[in-house]
Design a protein around this ligand. Sequence first.
Ligand code: KG4
Ligand code: ZN
Length: 339
Amino acid sequence: MSYTILGIETSCDETAAAVYTPNAGILSNVLFSQIEIQKEYGGVVPEIASRTQLEKINGIVQKSLEVAQVTLQDIDVIAVTNKPGLPGSLLVGVCFAKGLAWEANKKIIGINHLEGHAFSSFIEHNVPFPHICLTASGGHTSLYYIEDFGKYTIIGQTIDDAAGEAFDKIAKLLNLPYPGGPIIERLAQEVNFKDFYNYPRSKKQTTNFSFSGLKTAVMYDLVRRGYYQMKTRTFDAPDKKLVQRQVASSLLVCIKDIFIQKLKLALKKNSSVKAVTFVGGVSCNKYLKEKLGVFCNDRSLSFFTPSSQYCTDNAAMIAFVGSYKAERGEFSDLSLDIF
Ligand code: KG4
Ligand code: ZN
């Protein structure tokens, strides 16, 4: 059976809805971003995130149906992110989805947000199995060995901060706005992605990641150069823009090296893989995409990454995962909880 899926995503600060069918693909992918609201606080404030979602969710779901040119009657299944995420935010999406499913008599499926990211490349590409997926976002950094739809093993993950979190926190040290990733990429480009400060790369032969040490190393390096005051938490330098560019560029090169080192290890342990995918908010980064693409090309591996709208949090990826779960009859019921 070919189900028409309504996907709902509210795990962090985005309020997103999308409509997907296996035959027509993504019919709509709409979202309300809170970046402008959360910017003021330098990061996501959970209560503001969930209250804003509560305000927006009706309108966003309505719009996703309108853009897709369908009505609620045309929807067969509601796929909603129920883990992992901020509890208050997850509750908004899950309660809304449950109410809608109950009232309109629709089937419901709880979706793991990370499974959404891990399969987001499939929205636009035919990725061969088995492959390795590098997910890098503001909340997660993981490596998966993926054998089939819904069949995957975590082969590495961060033991502390996520890669996106490193961009965000280091941007904050440099007095740059949230989210840090896009602005760090722009500043690095202005100095041609050169490595000025040679930040430490761990030599540990593990596929797990650790970015909290990198953030501390950048901070102490700034302190040593007299550009950061620990007591007042202030950044200052004779030429602030120059230091911001140099730190941004050195950081990006360092993170690129870390990603490549981890991929090398993962590929060594899983020699049968045919492709690599790079997903999550950090995969919007053109420099990282290009470097990882070259790395894969040199090893005769295909490389896939979603377009930006499917890299950052979105409901299209949730609807997509909902679709293959529905085909398998993997439905939830109205006792669906959040995790
Ligand atoms: O996937 P996402 O939208 O949300 C989470 O699930 O966390 O990812 C957001 C993260 C932020 O940390 C942001 O700084 C990062 O993705 N990001 C980038 C870029 N665009 C967004 N990081 C590096 N370069 C970018 N161009
Ligand atoms: Zn995400």
